[in-house]
Design a protein around this ligand. Structure first.
Ligand SMILES: [Zn+2]
Length: 330
């Protein structure tokens, strides 16, 4: 019997029940125009093999390459999700390959977008997060550990932080390095607004102030042991199936029925995902066709510099830490 069988049995059972919704997954519902939501979390350190995870089980390994995030993505075809070998495992994916191939054949932007939407999976970056136990977070989330699939917009900020080597100028402090370091890391402010009908994350950021995991000392182990084994949340990838899907598409003269295939899956975040896909497409285009010089999304940097309220967020953090320490002393 294969080692992973029990996982797949669990998943099939869950599917039969008609719900593969994981209560430990943090999902952000669509934000309505003019509205915004904020959450403050601390991204927890990457798991190592044997670490205790939620439910008391042991982590069977680490996330690929020992990263703090788990990259994943899926194809949505004929009302069914197929996990993408490229996004999950950096393996060849016949469907993505077909998408890239078709993209190379046209310079027409609308057509390229359509190809991207139909054939390419877009990556999400799952992290274990601890919700700060303060009144800035919704009550039901405070002090909880959940896993969250960060969209690329937020992932880019995490990546920038990792590449960043110092705290920046006094008047422009920056988060840098290992933001998940529980002794000296950075709180992630997830700020969700709405733009063009999609959730928009570009005002999210890692707060510049370096802080320990903002939780009472005696809770730290419990928090770490509540991390989730994220890779186990997804179906195994099936490269043969991706090939079969491609064969099916290629043998069908009319190609894919776009309407059928782009119907939103039963996921709250689909809208936001589609937008991410567009961004992903830009990235893929750059990768695939270097001659096409798509300028980087400049707006993000501009906005970051002008986001007001950064200081208030940092001050709150001081207050929260002081509160925790005071409670500890009692
Ligand atoms: Zn794929």
């Amino acid at each position: 019997m294969k080692k992973a069988d029990i996982d797949s049995i669990r998943k099939r059972l869950r599917k039969r029940k008609g719900s593969s919704r994981d209560v430990n997954e943090f999902r952000i519902p669509n934000v309505t125009p003019g509205d915004s939501k904020t959450f403050r979390v601390f991204v927890l350190p990457p798991l190592s093999k044997g670490d205790t995870v939620a439910g008391g089980e042991k982590a069977p390994g680490a996330f690929p390459e020992g990263f703090v995030f788990y990259e994943h993505g899926y194809h949505w075809i004929d009302g069914q999700a197929y996990q993408c070998p490229r996004c999950h495992d950096r393996q060849q994916c016949a469907l993505c390959n077909l998408g890239f191939e078709l993209m190379r054949k046209t310079d027409e932007q609308t057509e390229r977008r359509k190809i991207s939407r139909v054939y390419l999976a877009s990556s999400k970056y799952a992290v274990n997060v601890y919700f700060l136990d303060d009144d800035k977070n919704p009550e039901e989330l405070r002090g909880k550990v959940m896993w969250w699939s960060a969209p690329k917009t937020v992932f880019d900020k995490m990546e920038a932080c990792i590449y960043n080597t110092d705290a920046g100028a006094d008047d422009d402090p920056q988060a840098y390095g290992a933001f998940w370091d529980i002794e000296s890391g950075h709180v992630l402010l997830i700020k969700v607004g709405e733009q063009g009908g999609f959730n928009d994350y570009k005002q999210s950021k890692l707060l510049a102030k370096r802080v320990p995991l903002p939780a009472p000392e005696d809770k730290i182990d419990e928090i770490l042991n509540s991390r989730h084994w994220v890779p186990g949340k997804f179906d195994e990838r099936d490269s043969d199936m991706m090939q079969k899907l491609v064969s099916r598409i290629l043998s069908n003269d009319s190609g894919f029925d776009d309407d059928e295939n782009t119907k939103a899956p039963p996921k709250e975040e689909k809208k936001e995902e589609k937008k991410e896909e567009k961004k992903e497409e830009k990235k893929e285009e750059k990768k695939e066709e270097k001659k096409e010089d798509t300028p980087p999304p400049k707006e993000e940097k501009k906005e970051e510099a002008t986001v007001p309220g950064g200081d208030a967020d940092e001050e709150d953090l001081d207050a929260l830490l002081a509160q925790i320490r005071k409670k500890e002393k009692k």
